[in-house]
Design a protein around this ligand. Structure first.
Ligand SMILES: NC(=O)c1ccc[n+]([C@@H]2O[C@H](COP(=O)([O-])OP(=O)(O)OC[C@H]3O[C@@H](n4cnc5c(N)ncnc54)[C@H](O)[C@@H]3O)[C@@H](O)[C@H]2O)c1
Length: 416
């Protein structure tokens, strides 16, 4: 999938076993980025070269930040491929959690980059889920005022969502509370490489969590420029197609995964291309449409006692699980406002259940607490609640200051 963003354009490669050719793909992408896509020039005889790199590309070192939960073989495959392509590789492990998606981890990454004498043209490669992608992407954005980053997502969520679009961030702890993605930068990658083989080791629960963002894409597809990229036929049936694909995705059928991830990335790409920095008017929607379900989700995600199975051992919720509940709450809220019919609202719950994601949870705090958390969500503007709601099959729109009773109807729908 090509992401057409003027001088920040890049490609997303999707396939099985791609990490084995990571090095050459990185070389190629860096070269394209520097030359605007012209082919690599042949070597010039006798040309003095400071670097052991192939001609036409002056990056010498590569910094591989990897998730410490990945199987060693995956990290070794990526590092070996970079070495074969002529890079001197430094590897650096990162522990992925919302607590470690922090300024401290960012600082240690920046120090490790400096200690490895990474230069501004050398690639930072993020191999891991959304946490590693966000923090390593942010480190790349600010290290020496910006080094190229290559995203190699290893979770479904990071493949279909976090790795594409250039948002990078860390969380802040403010007054004892974890505030998500409070510090960050827009920093588009030079390349995104989705190797579906990397999903082999991903726990089932994490795979299911990634499906929540895919259901979201299907719920908004017809409101996005994905209609032009995929064709209206594909966007019109995206929800049914997603529902049909879920069992194959959960069975990790590689062909199905490739088709599924490709289509989801195409939706995300089309939205990002049209509104790279989330500046579109409410009437247009733009990138804000990707927040469907997220305002509800952000209010319940930090609650430590909420479990997707209602077994306390499974608490807290993963981001995708909170988003799944958020999609149901948004649908119920839209239903209360007469924006969608009962059949469409219940369809959201059916597909969420089919993905093995929670449809309701126990122990949610009282409405006032959740409404206040939603009002403080960072996506709000000028103190107004800005909610994205379903507005018909495959359609969504932004709504400012929705009536409290409609939001409460949304919350009621996800209370066990
Ligand atoms: N930048 C964006 O546009 C964007 C979009 C959506 C989400 N995000 C961010 O992404 C994060 C969530 O990402 P995530 O769901 O990938 O979570 P994550 O990065 O925390 O990974 C989930 C868990 O899976 C493990 N893991 C990752 N890949 C694995 C593999 N192949 N095998 C075994 N274990 C593996 C990780 O170590 C971690 O324990 C959040 O911080 C969220 O804010 C960013």
């Amino acid at each position: 999938v090509h992401v057409a963003l003027a001088d920040r354009a890049y490609d997303v490669h999707i396939g099985a076993g791609l990490l084995a050719s990571l090095g050459e793909r990185v070389r190629d992408a860096l070269h394209k980025q520097r030359t605007g896509g012209t082919p690599t020039p042949p070597a010039m005889k006798g040309q003095a070269t400071r670097r052991a790199a192939p001609p036409g590309n002056d990056a010498q070192r590569a910094f591989l930040a990897y998730d410490d939960n990945l199987p060693d073989s995956l990290v070794e495959t990526a590092a070996a491929s970079l070495t074969r392509a002529g890079f001197i590789v430094t590897t650096h492990s990162v522990h992925a959690s919302e607590q470690t998606k922090s300024l401290d981890t960012l600082a240690s990454l920046l120090e490790a980059l400096a200690s490895a004498t990474i230069e501004r043209s050398d690639p930072v490669i993020a191999l891991g889920g959304g946490v590693v992608g966000d923090v390593a992407g942010f480190a790349a954005a600010i290290y020496r005022r910006g080094a190229p980053v290559v995203q190699c997502p290893t979770t479904l969520l990071a493949m279909v969502d976090a790795s594409v679009g250039g948002k990078t961030a860390v969380n802040l702890r403010v007054d004892g509370q974890l505030r998500k993605n409070m510090v960050g930068a827009f920093w588009q990658p030079a390349l995104v490489l989705c190797d579906v083989a990397a999903l082999d080791s991903l726990p089932d629960r994490q795979l299911r969590a990634g499906l929540a963002e895919c259901v979201k894409h299907a719920l908004i597809a017809r409101s996005t420029p994905a209609r032009d990229r995929l064709g209206s036929d594909a966007t019109d049936v995206m929800l049914a197609w997603t529902e049909e694909s879920i069992p194959k995705v959960l069975a990790r059928d590689r062909e199905a995964l490739i088709a599924f991830i490709t289509r989801n990335i195409t939706v995300k790409t089309a939205v990002v291309e049209a509104d790279e920095r989330e500046e579109a008017d409410d009437a247009v929607g733009g990138r804000a449409l990707l927040n469907l379900g997220h305002t509800f989700a952000h209010a319940i995600e930090p609650l430590h006692n909420i479990s997707p199975t209602n077994d306390p051992a499974d608490a807290p919720l993963l981001h995708g699980e909170a988003v799944a509940l958020g999609l149901i709450a948004a649908s119920a809220c839209a239903r209360a406002l007469g924006m969608i019919d009962a059949k469409q609202a219940s369809q959201t719950s059916v597909i969420v259940a089919k993905a093995g994601l929670p449809t309701c949870v126990a122990n949610l705090p009282i409405d006032e607490t959740l409404l206040s958390a939603m009002a403080h969500d960072k996506k709000q503007q000028d103190g107004q609640m800005r909610l994205v709601l379903p507005a018909g099959p495959g359609l969504a729109k932004v709504m400012r200051n929705p009536p409290a009773d409609a939001v409460q109807a949304g919350l009621a729908a996800i209370r066990a």
